[in-house]
Write a protein that binds this ligand. Sequence first.
Ligand code: AMP
Length: 244
Amino acid sequence: MRIVFLGPPGAGKGTQAVETCESLRIPHISTGNLLREEMAKGSRLGKTAKGYIEKGQLVPDGLVVDIVAKTIKSASFRKGYLLDGFPRNLSQARALDKVQSVAGLPGLDLVVYFDVPDRAVVPRLTGRRVCRKCGMNYHVSRDRETVTGVCGKCGGEIYHRSDDTKETVVNRLRVYHQQTAPLLQHYRRLGLLVSVRAERDIGAVSREVGGVIRRMAGSAAHAAVRRPARVRMALPGKKQARQR
Ligand code: AMP
């Protein structure tokens, strides 16, 4: 299954992506994480990306499309993947179609839109702290890990992302509305878009996302009876559905 998680920064896409990828057993591709890894390595790409990321601007399309293209062409991505934070504008969406078709991969099955108002985004992001090792998110208003500075999941160091400051968050939101939000109409027209109400707590959002994915997986499996080439997907089991 090939899925895109779309929505403003701080909508919870990353948190939900981890759960969805575990359930569907597909890899998670977060362009933000890939760029931050390059920054940590101090590579040329990382140094270029840093300037844009810290201002809350988009990293140039060519650089981001290159990383995604290299990633999804590798063998472990043939079964499917979840893209989180990509595409972020229409030109990236078109580039993704091209990369998939050149690589002989099927197109997207689903785009999940995490609908959350701007007023919820600023406090979510300015109070967010992240584990440097496993990427787990915490919030200063509820998680003691933000006081101890140690990740409860993997023991990694908790840090405050340099682009989670108020000024940069406001800029990221502006960029989202100008450049990324037009993708909603694009994917709606293609019949791929499903919205989830992402302002609620993590558990409620997770149940809704799980339901959307199960319905999509069910109808894709049904369609695959007529189109056998697309049967190659791992469906979330009934057991997982009952656990939610
Ligand atoms: P994220 O972790 O998705 O919030 O992304 C953090 C930052 O990385 C963004 O504000 C951008 O500067 C950059 N970035 C991530 N994904 C993309 C993308 N698809 N296109 C351009 N820049 C991106």
